[in-house]
Design a protein around this ligand. Structure first.
Ligand code: PLP
Length: 485
């Protein structure tokens, strides 16, 4: 056996020989010499292992015996290795899932104004901490803070890296070494490893749980107050609902208890809406202005959920406490960067001028009515069939449900028009995969053995790209099918 494979192994090209091929040299405009060498080594090692394994298991060989055959296989694999390295790159995708704040796809898509602000105002040198009126140092995020105050009625505001950071900062600065009272019904995990008890432990506040999973009364909080209590924490359960026999005190009642006991009330609002979104089925999202009006001293929420901007943690509330947060060394580690601040500023400007539903994509998507989506879906399907030369697609427009996502409003499913597609020569699983491999990748769902596309999360100017991807795929598939015959 050994004697049989030794001559075969001798035909394996060297790393240098592989790197000298035209194909490998061409790959150098996509990757560095160093990385290509590393990949070449591992490709050849992989081939060597396969030859040995096939020999020892007495399997038929793949047919590579000669140097030329080995080289051809190795260059093919080298090309694939370079490609798959790039597959991990951060790049634009078309979100056809209908999940508006898709956490894995970057949550909220930025508005046109926010994109321009990031690229044109913030990407280079900018007034991040510089006041052009005085020529002296300015305050990071000053305009965003002012807009937040205007939109929520807060005395002060502060921006950090995300809402998890906001919670950590508030608990650490305002309740470390003291006790924080929280309802057992609010000890939730939000996904991406944000767990309320863990963040509390990390901050160094002692968690005092009260009530039960489904019912907690004001009296439960009152009985838990000691001279070590600093804070009452209210957490919006976000991605989770307890329904049925439930009870929780109103925020105003908690505020009154906190203030008569010399404590602070802090609400982690999660998504947090700047205004009431009940008309779109979001019944129990805290409206930040109302939480503050009810007496919460501090409220925090995310920048990339219902606000529709960049990843950030927005903290609003009473001036003296916000200033303590700002002066804490931990704030320096958690503060927001200039790109996020630029996107937030442009998005908050849109909200402030009443353009939320026309200019901020997440809210525009949320508000798009079923009738409009049906019209778009029908027009899209017509275009697909008109342009499809091979006529391999079958489509049906069905009523389905979009989702909010981002750990928000798990019970809200805006009705939508789904384009359900099947292809005469391909399975749904294969189609879904091929769409992911398109440029830009199209992320779709499979329902009942068909690929479904939800136009709610697709901008109108992305429709042509989606159409092109489907047409290219149709042709590619039929070639593949011929190749098999
Ligand atoms: C989403 C959420 C968080 C985490 O926010 P990130 O911005 O993702 O860090 C924290 N608390 C609540 C209640 C949330 O809904």
């Amino acid at each position: 056996m050994i004697d049989q494979i030794a001559p075969v192994l001798r035909e394996l090209p060297s790393v240098d020989a592989l790197l000298r091929t035209i194909e490998a040299r061409r790959l150098l405009n996509q990757t560095s010499q160093e990385r290509l060498t590393t990949l070449a080594r591992s490709v050849l090692e992989e081939l060597r292992t396969e030859v040995r394994r096939q020999a020892s298991e007495n399997m038929t060989r793949n047919g590579w015996r000669s140097r030329e055959e080995f080289l051809a296989e190795a260059t093919r694999r080298l090309g694939r290795a370079v490609e798959s390295g790039k597959a991990l790159a951060l790049r634009r995708v078309i979100n056809a899932t209908g999940v508006i704040l898709h956490t894995n796809l970057g949550r909220a898509p930025l508005s046109e104004a926010a994109r321009l602000a990031v690229a044109n105002e913030a990407a280079g040198y900018c007034t991040l901490e510089y006041d052009v009126r005085t020529g002296a140092r300015g305050r990071r995020g000053a305009r965003v803070e002012n807009l937040l105050m205007e939109m929520t009625g807060a005395e002060a505001a502060l921006v950090v890296n995300n809402c998890a950071a906001a919670t950590l900062l508030v608990l650490t600065v305002l309740a470390q070494n003291g006790e924080t009272i929280v309802s057992r019904g609010e000890l939730v995990e939000i996904g991406g490893d944000f767990r309320v008890p863990d963040v509390m432990a990390e901050s160094g506040t002692r968690m005092v749980e009260v009530g039960t999973t489904n019912r907690t009364r004001l009296e439960d909080y009152r009985r838990a107050v000691t001279e070590r209590t600093r804070l009452i924490l209210r957490v919006h359960p976000s991605n989770y609902r307890i329904v049925g026999f439930t009870a929780a005190p109103k925020l105003a009642e908690l505020a009154q208890l906190a203030h008569t006991s010399g404590l602070l009330l802090y609400e982690d609002a999660g998504s947090g809406a700047l205004f009431n979104l009940q008309a779109f089925g979001l019944d129990d999202e805290p409206v930040i202005r109302e939480s503050l009006a009810s007496g919460a001293d501090i409220v925090s929420f995310s920048g990339d959920k219902l606000l529709g901007a960049a990843q950030a943690g927005l903290i609003v509330g009473r001036d003296e406490f916000i200033e303590r947060l700002r002066r804490a060394p931990l704030y320096r580690a958690l503060r927001a960067d200039k790109l996020a601040l630029a996107a937030l500023e442009a998005t908050l400007e849109a909200h402030a001028r009443g353009a939320s539903f026309t200019e901020v994509p997440a809210l525009r998507m949320l508000a798009e009515p079923l009738a409009q989506l049906q019209k778009r879906a029908r027009a899209f399907a017509r275009r697909l069939h008109r342009r499809s030369s091979l006529n391999l697609w079958q489509s049906e427009i069905i009523v389905g449900q979009s989702a909010i996502g981002g750990g928000s409003a798990p019970m809200t499913h805006p009705p939508t028009a789904l384009i359900a597609l099947s292809h005469r020569e391909s399975t749904a699983v294969r189609l879904e995969q091929l769409l992911r491999e398109a440029r830009p990748p199209v992320i779709a769902r499979i329902v009942d053995d068909r690929v479904v596309l939800d136009l709610r999360t697709i901008a109108e100017d992305e429709e042509s790209e989606l159409l092109d991807a489907l047409l290219a795929l149709e042709e590619g598939r039929s070639q593949e099918a011929e190749g098999r015959m």
